[in-house]
Design a protein around this ligand. Structure first.
Ligand SMILES: [Mg+2]
Length: 338
């Protein structure tokens, strides 16, 4: 059976099951001109959208449908996490080329629904259309956050501690393995591949940080540590000093750099991108309390990687004590050629 045989409405009927994990808030989901739901009272609404284009954001022959479905939703959930929010509703639109097998699309929705179920996000609807060449995916996620807990990029103050909720650089190394056609069937390469194709949105971490008090700004790592912390610096009107030896990198990334002569793991961590963990700044008097609470809640550390300093300073201090200017260039879809 192909998409052509079942048609758009057949396809919608096929994907309709298990789209709602919280039907109580939904007046009308898939099947009308628009979805209708009840927004929550006393909270701020959050909306985010991401577009994933074949050959720009992913290579269809290197990622399974299930992984692509997971990732397409995960990158959006990560943006809600960076605001300290809870994700609630998703709208999913696809432009599907003729050569895309129905099984790949079934896998796509399977991966997406699994992640949506985990975070209790309803898939409320969307649009499907044909495409002349590439598979194109647009996901919009709606969420909310208690007003007093909203995390913006603009709240960092001089003296704040810069923290990261996870290890950095693994995803970019995983992408490199896929580009180079390395067999990723076994560890440690499978872990790096997984970091790239199945990133875990840090929604629970974002909520915890937002509710903890003392967290002044946050962003998720999509373009790369140096680029994304640069957004906080810019929006907050401050500078940032990172400590290279404090940037958390995995053993797998270290092995990757050694085995393939890929240089310093810290550089991969700084410029890699698509890690989808969170960076945050915490006021110095709250930092100990927040780090302890984070470790208790998640069983792993909140990594202190630097500090917020005066505007004009944007640097990373190496193991030898020398400061190197940080570049705000991370992953850039318009200039990157590989
Ligand atoms: Mg973001």
């Amino acid at each position: 059976m192909s998409l052509k045989q079942i048609g758009e409405f057949g396809f919608i009927r096929r994907i309709q099951a298990d789209c709602l994990v919280r039907p109580e808030g939904v007046v009308k989901a898939i099947g009308d001109d628009a979805a209708v739901f009840r927004p929550e009272p006393d909270r701020l609404g959050l909306v985010t959208a991401d577009l994933l284009v074949e050959r720009v954001h992913f290579l269809r022959d290197r990622i399974s449908g299930e992984e692509l479905g997971h990732k397409s939703l995960a990158v959006n959930l990560s943006d809600i996490a960076a605001m300290g929010g809870t994700a609630r509703e998703a709208i999913v639109s696809l432009a599907i080329p003729e050569d895309c097998p129905l099984a790949y699309l079934d896998g796509f929705y399977e991966g997406m629904k699994k992640l949506a179920g985990k975070y209790r996000v309803n898939i409320l609807g969307g649009d499907t259309t044909g495409s002349k060449a590439d598979l194109t995916i647009n996901v919009t996620v709606i969420g909310s956050v208690p007003e007093a807990q909203l995390l913006l990029r603009s709240g960092a103050r001089i003296g704040d501690i810069v923290c990261a909720t996870g290890q950095l650089g693994d995803s970019r190394a995983g992408l490199q393995l896929l580009i180079d056609g390395v067999d990723t069937g076994e560890e440690p390469w499978s872990m790096l591949r997984r970091a790239h194709v199945r990133p875990q949105p840090h929604l629970d971490e974002g909520r915890m940080l937002a509710a903890a008090g003392g967290v002044t700004a946050a962003i998720d790592v999509s373009d790369g540590l140096s680029s994304d912390i640069g957004h906080i610096a810019e929006e907050s009107g401050v500078g940032v000093r990172l400590l290279a030896e404090k940037i958390p990198v995995s053993d797998a990334l270290k092995t990757f750099c050694t085995r393939f002569d890929r240089g310093d793991p810290a550089v991969w961590a700084l410029t890699g991108g698509e890690d989808y963990c969170l960076l945050c700044t915490i006021s110095p008097d709250a930092a100990d309390k927040v780090c302890t609470a984070f470790a208790e809640a998640f069983g792993r550390p909140l990594h202190r990687i630097g500090e917020v300093v005066a505007p004009g300073i944007f640097e990373v201090v190496g193991r030898d004590g020398r400061a190197i200017p940080l570049e705000k260039t991370g992953w850039n879809h318009f200039t990157q050629s590989d």
